[in-house]
Design a protein around this ligand. Sequence first.
Ligand code: ADP
Length: 267
Amino acid sequence: MCAAQTLTAPGVATKYAIEARNLNVYYGNFHAVRDVSMDIYARRITAMIGPSGCGKSTVLRCFNRMNDLVPGARVEGEVNLHGQNIYAPDVDPVEVRRRIGMVFQKPNPFPKSIYENIAWGARINGFKGNMDDLVEESLRGAALWDEVKDKLKQNAYSLSGGQQQRLCIARAIAVRPEIILMDEPCSALDPIATLRIEELMRELVENYTIIIVTHNMQQASRVADYTAFFMVDDSRTGYLVEYGESEQIFTRPKDKRTEDYITGRFG
Ligand code: ADP
């Protein structure tokens, strides 16, 4: 049996964290996304926006092979991480998902203590260092430490929704990924908890590449360095219309369709 290929070690400073080429995604016979090619800048926040059903989450899930877990989903094309296609047959998807973590729409902590939420994933990933230090470092990294340091043994469900989402971010960074994918991470949160997560994203981007799907254009323009706008064609297949610096997309869109969307004329 051929051993799973180890992806190239991180540490080499590259301009792009991910280079996606000609992504096409199908759910059974339905062509959900066509011909998406985009380079994701390293240590920047990239937002994916567009009307509901245009394939934002589908494309996001391509970036860490999460669609492998969706029944009936099929991905064509390449997603290159440091020049290496994560869809190559000998690449281990579990290793891909360790390197490219994900935070979901609804906070989904494990029904365990705050401490164990961090420690469990790290242990499974073979972490052998000082667990107390890792838990503290991860909670500090997710701007949650001061609020939970005296109740680490309490169940994670005792936290507020916003705190639970920051715990999920702490859990994601505990395995030291390079990239964090966030699928509508604030849609279940109130405005104050939302701003807290947005501030946290700006802190995290010092060390991580972040890609966020959001239906909220204000959020994209507040937090994202780059924005990609998607639409659907007459067959309901999603495609990338325009991608560039957020400042340009939101103030000087090049494409009429982007302009119509951001000015609220459709969608
Ligand atoms: P968005 O995130 O932009 O709202 P999605 O990526 O969730 O869009 O969905 C894109 C299209 O693919 C939609 O038409 C949706 O109904 C379809 N789709 C998404 N997930 C599945 C699935 N698991 N099975 C079948 N169709 C799906």
